[in-house]
Design a binder for this molecule. Structure first.
Ligand code: DAH
Length: 336
């Protein structure tokens, strides 16, 4: 019987195959429920005691050889499968081309336009305190104008909130820098508004601020006119009196879009005019809040929503599309 085991040991060690079925046959033959090893272990009981030790060692070495062989064959086969499937000369992944989000495209374009006339980009936090978002901007507690911006509060007393506009960056920048100041600050803002095709609780704004000696309303108007001409190719603008607590006087800017097509009628509600931003001369009270000498310096500020402008430029009708990350929408945008 020992001889028989030795023969089998040679057979096991010599066995080679890359064929799954053959390997499975081999496994069943030796390791299966009715396999050779099982059979030997059964016979072990009948072996006379003095031979048990020798016999036991032999069966064990046969069992180990079978297991080692099966392991080695399995490994060889699985690495072969990978090699067979993959053409190693192919590029690693089929990388899809991305495209820039329309909001980013328009934001970059607006920044480019203002950079060309000397504006730098300044950043501020999305989580703000009451001082930077309201009080320093001349919106004291209980001022009714606070109601215009329905706020998401994170904590109260002292108030921590999601900024409702990018005007907060004006305060942050003026606290840290001396005039002359010429900045643009783009960013996300948040308001507790019902989501619809025209308004969202998250949107983007771009704020502008210019502080220097002898800055006048004429400078503001010229700058905005330059901007609308560059961005829309439209130079006819009008400024309507308005109210913002942080500017005095304040105005809304309309661009004359024209009434050449049916779309023009629809988007301008038949007037030909489109409102694009709020602006005004920085209120001296704001300058005082950030320790800038209001007798020496003056300046203007403006703020606009990016989504509205993107919707205009690309004729999109639903603001919710910007936040859905639908690839079919995003893939339509390359470069502006
Ligand atoms: N912060 C205003 C808003 O969100 C927009 C605005 C109006 C910004 C006039 C300004 C400004 O800087 O001068 O409605």
């Amino acid at each position: 019987m020992i001889e028989k085991i030795e023969e089998l040991l040679v057979e096991v060690n010599a066995f080679q195959s890359q064929n799954k079925d053959e390997i499975e046959q081999f496994r069943i033959k030796f390791n299966g429920k009715k396999g050779i090893l099982k059979d030997f272990f059964e016979k072990f009981k009948e072996v006379p005691n003095e031979q048990k030790k020798d016999f036991g060692q032999k069966i064990n070495s046969l069992r180990q050889a079978v297991e080692a062989k099966l392991e080695a064959l399995k490994e060889a086969i699985s690495s072969n499968i990978i090699l067979e499937k993959e053409d190693l000369t192919k590029p690693a992944f089929p990388l899809e081309m991305g495209s820039r989000h329309p909001i980013n495209l328009v934001r970059s374009r607006i920044i480019e336009i203002f950079k060309s006339i000397g504006f730098a980009v300044a950043d501020g936090p999305e989580i703000e305190d009451d001082w930077h978002n309201f009080t320093a901007l001349n919106l004291p507690e209980y001022h009714p104008a606070r109601d215009m911006q329905d706020t998401f509060f994170i904590e109260q007393n002292p108030d921590v909130l999601l900024r409702t506009h990018t005007s907060s960056v004006q305060i942050r920048y003026m606290e840290e820098n001396e005039p002359p100041i010429r900045i643009l600050s783009p960013g996300r803002v948040f308001r507790n508004e019902a989501v619809s095709s025209r308004s969202h609780c998250i949107f983007h704004q771009i704020e502008g601020l210019y502080i220097d000696e002898n800055v006048s309303f004429a400078d503001l108007k010229q700058t905005i006119q330059f901007f609308t001409t560059e961005l829309f190719g439209k130079s006819k603008i009008r400024m309507r009196p308005s109210y913002f607590p942080f500017t005095e006087p304040s105005a809304e800017v309309d661009v004359y879009w024209g009434l050449n097509s049916e779309t023009d009628y629809r988007i301008t509600k038949g007037t030909g005019w489109l409102e694009i931003m709020g602006c005004g001369m920085v209120d001296p009270a704001v300058l005082k809040n950030v320790n800038i000498d209001a007798d020496k310096y003056s300046g203007y500020a403006f703020g606009m929503g990016i989504e509205r402008i993107v919707m205009l430029l690309y004729q999109m009708s639903d603001i919710r599309m910007f936040f859905e990350n639908d690839k079919r929408m995003l893939q339509q945008f390359g470069h502006l």
